[in-house]
Write a protein that binds this ligand. Structure first.
Ligand code: PLP
Length: 437
């Protein structure tokens, strides 16, 4: 495979430096539990649950068997004006895991689709409630909400936005990252709750009657583990309540145990009106996303039309049998093995291990919550992001998968991780940090 460009040319890889990858390909060919196997036969310890998604570890037989059974029983059935049992069952199970009241579930196939679905539902709810002037959608700088036109419009990553026109009538809160005040925080940073008042400023600027919804990741993952300041999410909730704004939490990476409960909303005691999910829902074995909606919001839309289709939105594969089967098997696994609780129990050990790197070369911040760590490196002069990318490559070559985003190394291992594996991850990173310039 190495260097054989003809074999690699056809696949236009997503979010990848295609030329650089194809010049030096690094392939994964198998996986089991905490480990991948590389194309050259090495074991790679998975420090990132793939892409924040295989929370129960890889190739779990229970999930594989459920998918195989579904494929042999009912490979596909439409969910437009017809149904089959699995998504009804999964929706009920998922509703029971959501914070009180969010018990209506719409299925999608990805995080991006979940986000665009949630934004559309928010607009439909406002319209159903006679608030049709509320069309403005608010996101946050450094937010990542996938790659649909809705998601990039409320997202806050310039490279994901600059090439394409965004939706009209969006605006953004400032991000909450503040190294000067919050470096080396364990858990919630102490400073920055007042940044939630940006929402009040946007209300004052645009008028509440123009604003439909605000969407935030409770913890921003893709732009490098930005943990909400203590009190920030509570303050956003209060401002939304005051002004009739729908609060959406994008929990595509925080749901399913990452921060020690089924959702960050539950773990951190702030209940939004809508939650988006994907990734851990099926342990990533089959693509699937979901949107949980408060029942009264759902009912407002359903009851707003006298008959016929209430929401003109859906995907051919909404509630696909294989994905639904994988979702049910995954939720069983999480419950049977107590993986959300396990993440919570391990969080202290994880935090100590991560913060033990403090003082190593290049590190300007370490931040942790649940089973997540962000390690921020000083950018190389004149070459931002190069140091983290080099570390990512060096880690892979020495048997550890980490994620590099900007100058930040993000870690989010499967929730089945053992203490010895946590030690191995941070031990290896310590050595690599000494080695790279
Ligand atoms: N929202 C958040 C918070 C994410 O982290 C991601 C992906 O990482 C997405 C949305 C997009 O999900 P997908 O890549 O499945 O479309």
């Amino acid at each position: 495979m190495q260097g054989d460009n003809d074999q690699l040319a056809s696949f236009w890889m997503p979010f990848t430096a295609n030329r650089s990858y194809k010049a030096h390909p690094r392939q994964l060919v198998a996986a089991s539990g905490m480990y991948y196997q590389s194309g050259d036969g090495r074991r790679i310890l998975d420090g990132t649950s793939g892409l924040w998604c295989s929370n129960a570890g890889h190739c779990r037989p229970e999930i594989a068997e459920a998918i195989a059974k579904a494929a042999k029983t009912l490979d596909f059935a439409p969910t437009f004006q017809l149904g089959h049992p699995l998504p009804f069952e999964l929706a009920q199970r998922l509703a029971a895991l959501m914070p009180e009241g969010l018990d209506r579930i719409f299925f999608t196939n990805s995080g991006s689709e979940s986000v665009d679905t949630a934004l559309k539902i928010a607009l439909a709810v406002q319209r159903a409630k006679g608030q049709g002037t509320r069309t403005r959608l608010i996101g946050r700088e450094r937010g990542y909400h996938g790659v649909g036109f809705g998601g990039i419009s409320v997202g806050g990553i310039v490279s994901n936005r600059r090439t394409w026109p965004g939706l009209p009538g969006t605006d953004h809160l400032r991000h909450t990252h503040d190294l000067a005040r919050n470096a080396f925080t364990r858990g919630f940073p102490a400073h920055g709750a007042e940044l939630a008042d940006d929402l009040q400023r946007l209300v004052d600027l645009h008028g509440a009657e123009t604003i439909a919804a605000v969407i935030v990741e409770p913890m921003a993952g893709s732009t490098g583990v930005l943990i909400p300041p203590a009190g920030y999410l509570q303050r956003l909730r209060e401002i939304c309540d005051r002004h009739g704004i729908i609060l959406i939490f994008d929990e595509v990476i925080t749901a399913f145990g990452r921060v020690g409960a089924a959702t960050a909303a539950e773990a951190w005691g702030v209940t939004p009106d809508i939650i988006t999910m994907a990734k851990g829902l099926t342990n990533a074995a089959v693509p699937m996303g979901a949107v949980a909606v408060k029942r009264d919001l759902h009912d407002a839309v359903i009851e707003s039309v006298p008959g016929g289709i209430e929401l003109f939105h859906g995907y051919t594969y909404s509630g696909h049998p294989l994905a639904s089967a994988a979702g049910l098997a995954t939720l069983d696994l999480y419950a049977r093995e107590g993986l959300f609780e396990r993440a919570n129990e391990l969080a202290g050990y994880w935090e100590d291990a991560a913060h033990s790197l403090k003082g190593r070369r290049h590190i300007i911040d370490i931040r942790t919550i649940g089973l997540v760590a962000g390690i921020e490196l000083e950018p190389r002069p004149g070459a931002p992001t190069a140091r983290a990318m080099e570390l990512f490559h060096a880690a892979f070559d020495s048997g550890l998968l980490v994620r590099a985003t900007g100058d930040i190394i993000a870690l989010s291992p499967p929730l089945i991780v053992e203490k010895a594996e946590i030690d191995a991850m941070f031990g290896q990173l310590a050595e690599l940090l000494d080695r790279i310039d």
